[in-house]
Design a protein around this ligand. Structure first.
Ligand code: UDP
Length: 479
């Protein structure tokens, strides 16, 4: 039988890369912390356990954090657990519950506990072959949370890292926490992304707050010069123009091999390509109702009609809904945005571009998103609900002025009026249009917001800070 537990191979990435960004002292301090941990661990391993190696922010962060931790000399490894679809249906239900939503509305009852616990017991049998007493195990999110009692009994030091949460509690949130309490109450150390996401029962000193981070050197965030940005966007058809003279749309993959942005078969574009000189408002998101692409389109329409704005275009970009299997709502949301696009008067429609980006090659997708964010005059993230909002961090790192809703983790990233603009009421489209106009019309303001945004990400949201915080928490656990 196929093993349920799989090890994800990790690359080694050097912390040295951060010296030009953060200075030698910060890098030396991170290394010293890693060295101290290494000695404390005395040959022990730090294991990360989650349920997928691809797709989603958690997998993206683990790939890069693991690489840097290994580069600093720590034996950090990554395992994924497995289970039948029924197990993942229950954990998806739990995921929705912790966000305050009822998902498929199925019961989180004793029958669900039975499937959940039994699947994790089978995974635990395999894990016990790998994890030794004294090893540190970080369990990520609800899927592997139920392994905690078994791993603690086997002598491991267990941390639970929760990447999700809701600003306000409700019946669903309570239901989700009640389900998990049976497995998590014995865990003495937990990590959350926001203070408000910590449930009341764990506000007893066991919870630490660690905010997510981005990798400044991944295909999504690596510096691209203007020629490369232009080449990529012309090549994929988002910008108009003759095909670029040289194949500068090549990029370096994270394993060091060359990649190329191809005009993939699965890219789909609706609307007119934008001119290089035309200011561009961009939102990059999954086609999810909570990202409110529809609201961005309507707000943009108000901007063009009411504000006598200079010529401005809008790009709404997301993954190709025909290729993404794990987002069941995608096609319907795209359809709704497309219908709204068709209903716009021609004077608006010529300024709007809907793009579904290729998804088969994660790094090709990432470098297109990178180019789009870099070319944007304004990046919007008009979400109605957001866990953290990595798209906001990514745009801020690229020194873009971001106009985003004051929801979830976005509020921790943007200081309103300083490092971006926060929309108090994300459903107020007139205010959204007004803010777009204000930033478009004032180049100095846009530059000020962008520069402060980049500085804020450098200070708070780069991988090295994330690693140092993890290191300090694990160090306390080892004392
Ligand atoms: N993303 C992407 N391609 C797309 C749409 C989104 O690579 O077509 C990325 C985006 O750049 C970000 C992540 O998916 O890194 C989305 O993370 P975020 O926290 O913003 O929202 P989530 O999708 O996790 O709710």
């Amino acid at each position: 039988m196929m093993p349920l537990v799989q090890e994800v191979p990790a690359q080694v990435r050097s912390l040295e890369r951060f010296v030009p960004l953060l200075g030698q002292t910060a890098v030396d301090e991170a290394r010293a912390l890693a060295q101290g941990l290494h000695e404390r661990l005395a040959g022990g391993v730090i294991w990360n356990v989650n349920s997928t190696a691809v797709g989603g922010g958690v997998a993206e962060m683990l790939h890069s954090l693991l690489g840097y931790a290994r580069g600093a000399g720590l034996d950090v490894r990554w395992l994924t657990i497995g289970g039948a679809p029924e197990f993942f249906r229950i954990t998806k239900r739990l995921h929705h519950a912790l966000h305050g939503e009822h998902g498929d509305g199925s019961a989180l009852d004793e029958a669900a506990h039975h499937v959940y616990a039994k699947t994790l017991s089978r995974n635990a049998v395999e894990l016990r072959e790998l994890v030794r007493p004294g090893d540190v195990v970080l369990l990520h999110d609800p899927q592997p949370a139920g392994l905690a009692p078994m791993l603690l009994a086997a002598g491991a030091r267990v941390l639970w890292r929760c990447h999700i949460g809701a600003d306000e509690t409700n019946e669903e949130v309570e239901l989700g926490w009640r389900f998990l309490a049976r497995y998590l109450d014995g865990v003495g150390c937990m990590i959350f992304s926001r203070q408000r996401y910590v449930p009341a029962r764990y506000r007893d000193g066991r919870a630490s707050i660690v905010q997510p981070s981005i990798d400044a050197f991944s295909a999504k965030n690596i510096e691209l010069d203007e020629h490369t940005v232009r080449s990529i966007l012309v090549h994929v058809g988002i910008l108009e123009g003759p095909p670029p003279p040289s194949p500068r749309y090549a990029f370096v993959r994270s394993d060091g091999t060359p990649g190329r942005v191809e005009r993939s078969a699965d890219i789909l574009r609706l609307g007119r390509a934008s001119a290089w000189e035309t200011p561009l408002v961009v939102q990059v998101s999954r086609w999810d109702p909570l990202k409110d692409m529809l609201g961005v389109l309507r707000g943009f329409s108000i901007l063009v009609q009411n504000h006598a704005a200079p010529t401005v275009d809008l790009v709404l970009a997301g993954p190709n809904v025909r290729a993404v299997a794990d987002d069941p709502e995608g096609p319907a949301v795209f359809e709704a945005v497309y219908r709204a696009f068709l209903e716009q008067p021609p004077a608006i429609r010529t300024h709007v571009h809907l793009a579904m980006l290729p998804t088969a090659d994660v790094e090709e997708n990432a470098v297109i998103v990178n180019a789009l964010q870099r070319h944007a005059t304004i990046v919007a993230q008009k979400s109605l609900h957001e866990g953290f909002g990595l798209t906001v961090t990514e745009a801020m790192w690229k020194a873009r002025p971001v106009i985003a809703s004051a929801v979830g983790g976005i509020q921790d990233q943007i200081e309103d009026g300083v490092s971006g603009v926060l929309l108090r009421d994300p459903t107020d489209l007139d205010t959204f249009a007004g803010e777009l106009h204000r930033v478009l019309a004032d180049r100095a303001l846009a530059e000020r917001l962008g520069a402060a945004a980049r500085a804020r990400v450098r200070e708070r949201f780069l991988g090295i800070r994330h690693l140092v915080q993890y290191g300090a928490i694990i160090e306390r656990l080892l004392v």
